[in-house]
Design a protein around this ligand. Structure first.
Ligand SMILES: C[S@@+](CC[C@H](N)C(=O)[O-])C[C@H]1O[C@@H](n2cnc3c(N)ncnc32)[C@H](O)[C@@H]1O
Length: 535
């Protein structure tokens, strides 16, 4: 059982989802190969692509089987695989089929990023690891090498770095065929990769869902030719112009010409600024459910001074790493006996019931599926402007140090669930502390308050969710920047805009005062969304 678990974890860590033989065979069969083609499979696994590649080259060469195998593996085919077991399985499969391996071949065990090649390639083909993690020791080094192209960030992910490195190893007019996750089509953090591809050659993307037993992740075939900068890509057979792509803030490859029209005007980011909230680190210490207008407090919070030590600072640091200069500073502090303020939660003998409102507590804006408005369900211990929570975060691990969304705490705005299939937007009254699971948006200075109702109404329309999920970010997450990139509904005529504002405001008032919980198919919500129709 434990072994199975370890195996599964290792598979996931290496992004080890193998391509079905039939699929790999088809992708290899479609390649234009000659006797002098040089091909690389950079993450060969057990050889799903390598076996049909050997077969194709063997057909092109002359002579005995062993001579043809020798020529293929010497002149035509390079492969790398990090996992020794997978690489052995690949070699065994070749031997079984074509006999003993020649002494010299280029099917190596190694890390693609740490492998040097003495050639460039006509074709690079495969299914690079997806979702796997880059070895911590290599992360920063690879980021320095591949993390930026053409002034854009390339996301620190194995498959984006695989794509960049592979493209840069192609010969002029060379071809890259990679099976990869469809996430790179829209997500903002892959914008740099999309730009990179457009600036280097011709890309066609085709969906190949449902062919992979080992993952539910929708997959695509990325077919790229190294021809130099182009002005369009092809998505499922349809051309998509760079001009249309550029209308979207994230440079989406899932826009189409008709939705493109809606991006021709202002964006929500012109009237609202969106922000994520904070991660407390340990909610159970500070966040309480509200029950019958009160919270039950199990702790008393006390502050004390703790000595600063290098050992503790290394534990808190990202990847356990601190530069020499920082280490030297900490060692000096340690020698001088300097201290840091920390907070302790001391369990009370019996929980204390605290009726709300109370000056030591603020409402806490956690994610909820509710739309229009949600009655407060959580409160956070926030005495002295959150001193205990902020001290806890600052003395915790590196990723807790920042206080996300702090400038927007207690402001009136909109909020929605970070992880949701649709934009579950609702009014956020003033006074809340913000949680990272529920990003928020706030009117920019000088913008009329009516715009809050107008934008909230727009966020509740099916069209808005469609644009968000199809064009801007088709993953489960709805980040603050995704919402800023939504079109502002400039096409709504003034009379309809007035109606939308009044309807939305009335809905919020009803939800707050009578506790009405609206669903999307409620007639009043349907009537509201009608105001935003595109004619
Ligand atoms: C998605 S699987 C695909 C395997 C094979 N190409 C196929 O299509 O069946 C990705 C493979 O990449 C390997 N891998 C992960 N990181 C690697 C790296 N840095 N260098 C080389 N191979 C790597 C994994 O062990 C795994 O076999």
């Amino acid at each position: 059982m434990a072994q199975t678990k370890i195996k599964r974890a290792r598979k996931r860590q290496l992004g080890q989802f193998y391509t079905p033989a039939r699929c790999a065979r088809k992708l290899v069969a479609e390649l234009d190969l000659t006797i002098s083609s040089v091909v690389l499979e950079p993450s060969a696994g057990a050889g799903a692509f390598v076996l049909p590649l050997v077969e194709r080259f063997m057909e092109l060469h002359h002579g005995s089987q062993s001579l043809r195998l020798e020529k293929t593996l010497r002149d035509n085919l390079h492969a790398v695989e990090i996992d020794p077991a997978a690489k052995t399985a690949m070699l065994v499969a070749i031997t079984r089929r074509w006999g003993r391996l020649p002494r010299q071949h280029r099917l190596t065990r190694g890390d693609f990023f740490a492998t040097d090649f003495d050639t460039t390639f006509d074709v690079i083909i495969g299914n690079p690891p997806f979702g796997g993690t880059i070895r911590p020791a290599l992360q920063d080094k690879l980021d320095a090498r591949y993390g930026q192209r053409d002034g854009f960030k390339i996301k620190k992910e194995t498959y984006s770095f695989f794509i960049v490195r592979a493209v840069e190893m192609l010969r002029p007019a060379g071809r890259l065929r990679f099976i990869c996750s469809d996430t790179f089509l829209t997500i903002p953090t892959m914008k740099g990769l999309r730009e990179f591809l457009l600036n280097r050659g011709r890309t066609a993307v085709t969906r190949i869902d449902g062919q992979f037993a080992e993952t539910d992740q929708p997959m695509v075939l990325l077919d790229y030719q190294h021809t130099g900068q182009t002005e369009e890509v092809e998505i499922d057979g349809q051309p998509l112009r760079r001009e249309t792509i550029n209308l979207t803030g994230n440079r989406s490859w899932q826009i189409n010409e008709s939705l493109g029209r809606l991006f021709a005007g202002p964006k929500l980011g012109d009237v609202m600024v969106a922000s994520s909230g904070m991660t407390v680190g340990r909610n159970e210490l500070f966040v309480r459910d509200i029950v019958d207008g009160a919270v039950l407090e199990p702790y008393d919070f006390r502050f004390r001074q703790e000595p600063i030590t290098l050992r503790r600072e290394l534990e808190r640091a990202r990847l356990g790493y601190l530069s020499q200069a920082v280490r030297a500073r900490i060692m000096r502090q340690e020698e001088l006996g300097e201290t840091r303020r920390v907070v302790e939660a001391i369990p009370l003998a019996a929980t204390r019931r605290v009726p709300l409102p109370h000056p030591d507590y603020c409402f806490y804006n956690k994610a909820t599926r509710d739309i229009v408005f949600s009655q407060p369900k959580h409160a956070i211990f926030w005495r002295d402007d959150g001193d205990a929570v902020i001290t806890f975060k600052k003395s915790g691990n590196w990723y807790l140090h920042g206080v996300g969304g702090q400038p927007y705490f207690k402001r009136e705005g909109l909020s929605w669930q970070l992880i949701a299939p649709s934009l579950n937007a609702r009014y956020l009254p003033p006074g809340y502390i913000l949680d990272s699971g529920a990003p928020c948006a706030f009117l920019r200075d000088g913008i009329d308050r009516d715009e809050l109702w107008f934008v909230l109404g727009w966020c509740l329309t099916p069209l808005c969710t469609r644009i968000l999920k199809d064009v801007l970010n088709h993953t489960r997450n709805i980040q603050s920047k995704d919402v800023e990139r939504l079109p502002y509904p400039f096409w709504v005529a003034p009379a309809d805009k007035g109606k939308a504002i009044a309807r939305c405001r009335d809905l919020v008032v009803a939800a707050r005062s009578c506790g009405t919980q609206y669903r999307r198919d409620h007639p009043e919500i349907v009537a509201l969304t009608e105001c935003y129709r595109v004619h």
